[in-house]
Write a protein that binds this ligand. Structure first.
Ligand code: SAH
Ligand code: DHB
Ligand code: MG
Length: 227
């Protein structure tokens, strides 16, 4: 059997999928351009992954979304656009400069009534948010921040969930390094701790899928809150 895959081929196929199925969009393009102009790292989800988040939010019938890790708000816009009238998205971002870029991008997208960016380390802002009246439950979570805290973020998602909530985690494969049981990389150790936590958590049913393309070799974890 031949192994036809190469980075070039992954990118060609990602381009093919995106051209056919992910309509070009001025607002999303502008969000990426503004992020780049402000010097943010180019680590937003790819267009076909953004579209996947959007579709999952719609399939889920999500009205409320909690995102951890905003960057310039690219994934935020994909998710917020999937919400119905009266829907609400909260996105948590550590870096005030990233949050400023994201807020401008969200406003340009006409989503500032739906999506709110809160600045601070998520492990500080989560307990504050949870103490507010009416906080949660959220129908969907997108976890995409500092990977060493992935297990903590899944615990918070569980606390702020209802039966049927959907939890998505980005970057759970990382060039296959997730399978390295002796890795000392805090991001890998944090992600492996999250896998162990989910494996032992009867309230979650989960899987993870590997992805290739412009973001390299990586993957998404998907979990459904059972009870
Ligand atoms: N979801 C975005 C990409 C997020 S990149 C998209 O796909 O468009 C990861 C983001 O998490 C960065 O902006 C980084 O500043 C933020 N981050 C890192 N540590 C964090 C923390 N402790 N709390 C909240 N955000 C954090
Ligand atoms: C990194 C973070 C991300 O959320 C991502 O999608 C890609 C890379 C990073 O920290 O390197
Ligand atoms: Mg990511």
């Amino acid at each position: 059997m031949t192994l036809p895959s190469s980075l070039d081929q992954w990118n060609a196929v990602a381009g093919y999928i995106t051209e056919r199925l992910v309509p070009a969009d001025d607002v999303l393009t502008a969000a990426l351009e503004a992020s780049e102009a402000a010097g943010l790292p180019s680590i937003a989800v790819s267009p076909n992954e953004g579209r996947l988040l959007h579709l999952l939010a719609k399939v889920q019938g999500a009205r409320t979304v909690l995102e951890i890790g905003t960057l310039g708000g690219y994934s935020t816009i994909w998710l917020a656009r999937a919400l119905p009238e009266g829907g609400r998205l909260i996105s948590l971002e550590y870096d005030p400069a990233h949050a400023d870029v994201a807020r401008a991008n969200i406003a340009r997208a006409g989503l500032d009534k739906i999506a709110e960016v809160r600045t601070g380390a998520a492990l500080d802002t989560l307990p504050r948010m949870a103490a507010e009246p009416g906080a949660g439950p959220f129908d969907m979570f997108f976890i995409d921040a500092d990977k060493q805290n992935n297990a903590r973020y899944v615990e918070w998602a569980l606390r702020l969930s209802r039966p049927g909530s959907l939890v998505i985690v980005d970057n759970v494969v990382r060039d296959g390094k997730v399978a390295d049981a002796v890795s000392k990389d805090p991001a890998i150790m944090g992600t492996r701790e999250m896998f162990d936590l989910i494996a032992a958590e009867p309230r979650l049913e989960a899987t993870a899928v590997q992805t290739v393309g412009p973001k390299g070799y990586d993957g998404f974890l998907l979990a459904r809150v059972v009870s």
